[in-house]
Design a protein. Structure first.
Lengths: 400, 403
């Protein structure tokens, strides 16, 4: 038994998605690049999935590039743009490492964010002003952050990019947004969009990068000419088909899941913030409000108003004088699965680059906790977390 | 702990957190505890974020620890104690070298990280006991007090680096491999099919890369100062690039010309950047101040066996206030090294080497112990000590004591 509150890390596969996979692996396993009947059947599956993904993402079928997931899509967007149109890559300081690392590797520019985790538009404007001879090639700003859940103002960002760097491609990593936001509408004016199936009930190892017509990038993998030469390699047909089923279901149930999950999240966040001293909720309260004497912290109405700017499923907290890894251990003892920030390759928890970018000191960043809800989250999950977290925090403060 | 995977049906002897470095000793420690009916959880401490190849907490060591835990079907976690390691071990290590001391980082890591930070963490997480793979034993004296005692394997004994543990810590510490030899540890690991069975022992300071060594490590952090080498008469006989890298008793690497016999570093004066070299007899001192002396249980006085490096010889001396007076003149202990007091095989206390007490008259060259009032027969067992200086004991003590 587990109370699973780590849906931003990954989700379980939707039964309907799982169902389509097995026959495609065991019986109708043809390679869609072939010519015979089984190959044609596989190609039909692929074309269906492509249309479904296009509809879910507000794109044309020809704009869908199937990839191995979010990291590949992000790398394809950054590296593929830089190769296609040499210049400077720009991204925000809170991007997922799948964007941040390739941008930094290419010597790109990193845009600051404010204390609430929102991109500093003035600094973005500075970064977009390319030098005389080197233009900005690609700008990448995520739709919703994977740690804090804060939604970026993509419309304003898009206007800035078109005005100040009209030649640049605009990429957005929508990996965390798929379940909770109208990705089709919000990314309609972006040139490149990344999503990953396992964040919305599809299998791991499959994703999409949308490349708008005429906004092509150079491939990362050359090979058999798949995806119109934009991504070589035999198609993961079963994974792609399952992703399409999961995406369709996700979009169809968004209108009911978002209010349901958002209410659960609010109950969770309000419950913790109102019973635990020395905690703040990123993007909602600030470290300045850590003092128990500050009554604004528990202003539910204000907090809920600010949470409008976060995706529905994320409750991201920082506890003063608590170390996340110890807190996670106690949560796990009560079968609650959650996460802190990023882990390094050894598995050790490192202070989050997102919190660091938001200006929080290292000690506070070491006390972060991300509870991420999903389409399968129930009241029981929230109750379990509410029962465990306040005493666990207290215990750690007294004894660790 | 309510691990549904725990196959052990018998009532548990308690919840134990085992510090698993990814080495063979702690791998086997975890296995022995599990066999003995404890509910075991493994933890690997991520201590050092910088470059290193000689110690633990590299990604591959974490992989090894995790794999062993998987084989044993126990939980495994990684705790990031890097900030505390920097603060309590690495920064003081650098600062000590800067002021001419010779620190023992393994001791400080045990003092502040494994047996303080980890103990507090384990307590907060609800563990009854902590275990490590050190070759030493926790014994209970007739009066009920706990002591660290030497491990079954003389050559691998690590009681020295555990000397700082107090009653509260000792009462909650399990050292499962202390009763067996290193060879037996490796045999057990091989029987259990552990990938760590043949893994070499760690050798040096875990945070220092073997290639550049101390020189590069310290040079990146402090400015190393050149010093003048002089003989006992004050005559200049050479130079060294960095006084911070010179160790008391050092013979090698001094580049002394001429046919003057073997000469050793007998004094290091950081203020004037002068290193004095001389005959090894000049290293001999009558005693040594012990700073920050702490007792395992109650304060004791009188005669002790004394050890001044991790695998060093056993010396004999008597405690006079906070000074250990050698029965026979002994080689000067570098400031900053730990001086550990034993009764029999049991650690009873320890501290940090301070100033040496110079030999009065010329007893250093005599066979007669300066405090000959204490008969040698008062300590009937153990290693005999001839008061000589080891030629090869000149390098600073940096042994494999992160387990």
């Amino acid at each position: 038994m587990a109370f699973y509150l780590d849906n931003a890390a990954t989700t379980g596969i939707r039964p309907s998605a799982l169902e389509v996979m097995v026959p495609l692996l065991a019986e109708e396993f043809g390679n869609p690049s072939g010519a015979h009947r089984m190959a044609r059947a596989a190609n039909r599956v692929l074309d269906d999935a492509r249309e479904t993904m296009a509809a879910c993402l507000g794109a044309e079928p020809g704009e869908i590039i199937f990839t191995s997931g979010g990291t590949e899509s992000d790398n394809l967007a950054i590296q593929g743009s830089l190769t296609a149109r040499p210049g400077i890559a720009v991204c925000s300081a809170i991007e997922h490492h799948a964007v941040l690392d390739p941008v930094e590797h290419a010597g790109g520019r990193v845009v600051r964010v404010n204390e609430d985790g929102l991109v500093d538009l003035d600094h973005l404007a500075d970064c977009l002003a390319g030098s005389e001879d080197v233009p900005v090639s690609v700008v990448s700003i995520m739709l919703a952050n994977n740690e804090t859940g804060v939604i970026q103002p993509l419309d304003q960002i898009e206007r800035l990019v078109r005005k100040l760097a009209p030649e640049a491609l605009l990429h957005t990593d929508a990996v965390q947004a798929m379940c909770w936001l109208d990705v089709a509408e919000l990314t309609a004016r972006a040139d490149l969009v990344s999503v990953s199936a396992h964040k919305f009930g599809g299998p791991k190892g499959v994703g999409v990068m949308v490349a708008r017509s005429g906004k092509n990038v150079e491939p990362l993998f050359r090979g058999g000419g798949q995806e119109r030469g934009r991504r070589g390699g035999t198609h993961n047909v079963a994974g792609i088909a399952a992703m399409a089923v999961a995406a369709k279901e996700t979009v169809a149930e968004r209108a009911t899941q978002v209010p349901r999950v958002s209410e659960l999240r609010d109950r969770l966040a309000d419950g913790i913030v109102s019973t635990v001293e020395g905690v703040f909720e990123t993007g909602v309260t600030s470290p300045a409000e850590l003092q128990p004497s500050d009554s604004t912290k528990n202003d539910k109405a204000k907090n809920e108003a600010k949470r409008i700017n976060k995706i529905a499923n994320i409750c991201h907290l920082c506890f003063a004088d608590v170390e996340s890894e110890a807190l996670l251990f106690l949560l796990e003892k009560d079968d609650i699965m959650a996460s802190a920030a990023s882990s390094c390759s050894s598995g050790a928890i490192e202070p989050s680059h997102v919190l660091t970018a938001m200006g929080f000191d290292r000690q506070l960043a070491f006390g972060s906790l991300r509870l991420s809800l999903g389409y399968g989250t129930t009241e029981a999950d929230v109750e379990a977390a509410l029962n465990t977290i306040p005493p666990a925090v207290q215990r750690l403060r007294e004894r660790a | 702990m309510t691990d549904p995977n725990q196959s052990n049906e018998a009532p548990s002897r308690g919840d134990v957190l085992v510090a698993m470095s990814g080495g063979v000793d702690s791998s086997v420690a975890a296995a022995l505890l599990q066999r003995d009916g404890y509910r075991v959880v493994g933890v690997t401490l991520k201590l050092w974020g910088g470059e290193s190849d000689s110690g633990c907490c590299s990604v591959s060591d974490v992989d090894d620890a995790r794999r062993v835990a998987q084989q044993l079907d126990i939980e495994h976690h990684v705790f990031n104690f890097g900030d505390d390691f920097d603060k309590f071990v690495v920064d003081p290590y650098v600062a000590d070298h800067q002021r001419g001391h010779t620190p023992n980082p393994c001791v400080e890591c045990n003092r502040h990280i494994k047996f303080d930070k980890l103990f507090r963490r384990a307590d907060a997480l609800g563990f009854d006991m902590i275990a490590t793979g050190h070759h030493a034993r926790v014994v209970t004296d007739p009066d009920g007090s706990f002591r660290i005692s030497r491990g079954a394997d003389d050559l691998k004994d690590q009681s020295y680096v555990l000397h700082m543990l107090d009653q509260n810590q000792l009462g909650r510490l399990l050292l499962p491999v202390g009763d067996i030899t290193k060879e037996q540890v490796r045999e057990l690991a091989a029987e259990l099919g552990m990938r760590t069975a043949d893994k070499p022992d760690s050798q040096d300071v875990c945070f220092i890369h073997s290639e550049g060594g101390r020189k590069v490590f310290l040079g990146d952090r402090i400015s190393l100062r050149p010093a003048t080498l002089v003989d006992q008469e004050g005559e200049k006989v050479g130079e060294v690039d960095s006084i911070e890298l010179v160790t008391l008793g050092q013979r090698k690497g001094l580049d002394l010309g001429g046919d003057v016999g073997r000469r050793y570093v007998v004094d290091i004066d950081h203020e004037t950047a002068t290193v004095t070299v001389g005959h090894k007899d000049k290293l001999l001192v009558a005693g040594q101040k012990v700073e920050n002396l702490e007792w395992s249980d109650m304060e004791l006085s009188g005669e002790f066996k004394v050890q001044c490096s991790a695998h060093g010889r056993v010396l004999r001396g008597s405690l006079d206030g906070s000074t250990i007076v050698w029965w026979q003149p002994q080689r000067r202990i570098a400031r900053g090294q730990s001086i550990v007091l034993y009764r029999g095989d049991e650690v009873v206390g320890g501290g940090i080497a301070g100033d040496a007490i110079e030999v009065q008259n010329d007893a250093a060259n005599s066979d007669v112990a300066p405090n000959s009032a204490v008969p040698k027969s008062a300590v009937p067992d153990g290693t005999e000590d001839n008061g000589a200086v080891d030629d090869d004991a000149a390098e600073p003590m940096v042994a494999s004591d992160f387990t």
